[in-house]
Design a protein around this ligand. Structure first.
Ligand SMILES: Nc1ncnc2c1ncn2[C@@H]1O[C@H](COP(=O)(O)OP(=O)(O)OP(=O)(O)O)[C@@H](O)[C@H]1O
Ligand SMILES: [Mg+2]
Length: 414
């Protein structure tokens, strides 16, 4: 574990000690757009390649690209960052008037709403509120012509919009008369969660799939956000690693950032000066209680001893990870103390995998042992709180006859 640098505590007027974990909490909000996007260089480059034609041969093509990826995979963030880069390059390197417009296509949005959102961004005025779609289209076309303007419109969260109202989409994207895009001044980035929506559009649209983040990538995103939103040293590295592990199935940066924020608020309420892995576990459990499930799992004898070994190690030293090798040693100690015949190491390692798979209480991670060797060490990260694990193991070993010493361990706590 890293050395901790404690953040200062401030005395408030009413005598309470106020935690100051955060430096700038707003940087964890969904609305804040990061300057730097991790692990999305490929997507960014692909977008640049497709849209470059707008710079080199303006008004000759309407580019239509679909960004497809699960929730929190960074579609909006990538599109926004790409848009502002395109605006800069168009102006600085090509002397062109190009604007990127982000349009929210939440459920229920209609053609007039979308046109209004576009118009408000190129010529803000309350004057258009009661205009018909036909007039709005005419006004936008006029402005584009007068200002010699090209647009890249990002239709964000467009899934529901596609399935139900593809006619509207055609009205926006087609280049026929009575459509918005008659002069090929408009190109589109369509953000959707599912690639299937493509079937509903007659237009040829290139799709760029965005993969969900893997834990290591989420760690990078979280680390960067920690640097800019928290006081130095107020979030342990183990905390970040644990959050990234918890989001391994969703692969969502949004989920990871929201757990980070929720955990920090939870720790702050407890008066902590450092956000630790134990805060993550407790906060996460308050969102998704698992007690009943843990007590329903049927475990065999070896698995119960392994789980008890894991509990003892974490209760001895509350850390983010423990080595599988140490679990094996602890397992042998427990067997010896309780006159249980131990199984071979291979068998126990296999049981650890099974336990991980059936309970979901922890995950295996690999880490490099030191700077001098490349030997990889297998460790496990606990995903539930130690209190929760304690109560589950206690429940599981209750019925084991002859495990007097193990049972005594739990009596100590009551
Ligand atoms: N590569 C990244 N680097 C830094 N922050 C990121 C990255 N990807 C996503 N984020 C952050 O994660 C959060 C969610 O990202 P975003 O809104 O772009 O996801 P999305 O794919 O649009 O999700 P949804 O489909 O639900 O709209 C945002 O706060 C965003 O700033
Ligand atoms: Mg989005």
């Amino acid at each position: 574990m890293e050395p901790l640098e404690l953040c200062p505590k401030l005395d408030t007027e009413d005598g309470f000690v106020q935690s100051s974990l955060f430096k700038d909490e707003s940087k964890l909000s969904e609305k804040w757009m990061p300057d730097r996007l991790f692990h999305r260089d490929d997507t960014f480059r692909q977008l640049m390649r497709f849209f470059r034609v707008l710079l080199e041969r303006p008004k000759t093509f309407s580019v239509k690209v679909m960004l497809t990826g699960g929730p929190g995979s960074g579609k909006t963030a990538v599109a926004m960052s790409f848009g502002s880069e395109m605006e800069c390059i168009a102006c600085d390197e090509f002397g062109l008037n190009l604007k990127f417009i982000h349009v929210n296509c939440i459920e229920g949005v209609n053609l007039s709403n979308i046109l209004l959102q576009i118009l408000q961004k190129i010529r803000p005025s309350s004057y258009y509120q009661l205009w018909s779609a036909k007039n709005l289209i005419r006004e936008i076309q006029d402005i584009l012509r007068k200002d010699d303007l090209q647009l890249i419109i990002c239709l964000d969260d467009a899934d529901s919009f596609f399935t139900k109202k593809s006619l509207i989409l055609n009205r926006l994207m087609n280049s026929k008369e009575s459509c918005l895009n008659t002069e090929l001044r408009i190109s589109f980035v369509l953000n959707v969660k599912s690639d299937d929506v493509r079937e509903n559009v007659a237009e040829k649209i290139t799709s760029i799939p965005i993969m969900e983040y893997v834990p290591n990538q989420l760690e990078d995103i979280l680390e960067e956000r920690v640097k800019i939103s928290f006081q130095k040293g107020s979030v342990q590295r183990g905390t970040v690693r644990l959050i990234a592990g918890l989001c391994r199935f969703s692969g969502s940066a949004r989920e990871a950032l929201s757990i980070l924020w929720g955990t920090a608020k939870f720790a702050e309420k407890k008066g902590a000066s450092v956000v630790e892995p134990s805060h993550v576990r407790q906060y996460y459990e308050s969102l998704k209680p698992i007690t009943d499930y843990g007590k329903c799992v049927f475990l065999d004898q070896d698995q119960k001893v392994i789980l008890f070994a894991i509990l003892r190690l974490f209760e001895y030293d509350d850390q983010e990870r423990i080595k599988k090798r140490d679990i094996w040693r602890e397992y042998l100690d427990i067997c010896m103390e309780n006159a249980i015949v131990p199984k071979k190491v291979e068998r126990i390692l296999m049981e650890m995998w099974i336990l991980e798979w059936i309970t979901g209480f922890f995950i295996t991670k690999e880490s490099i042992k030191s700077d001098y060797t490349t030997e990889k060490v297998e460790e496990i990260a606990l995903l539930i709180s130690i209190e929760e694990l304690h109560s589950i193991v206690e429940y599981q070993i209750k019925s084991e006859v002859g495990w007097n010493l193990i049972q005594f361990y739990f009596k100590k706590f009551h």
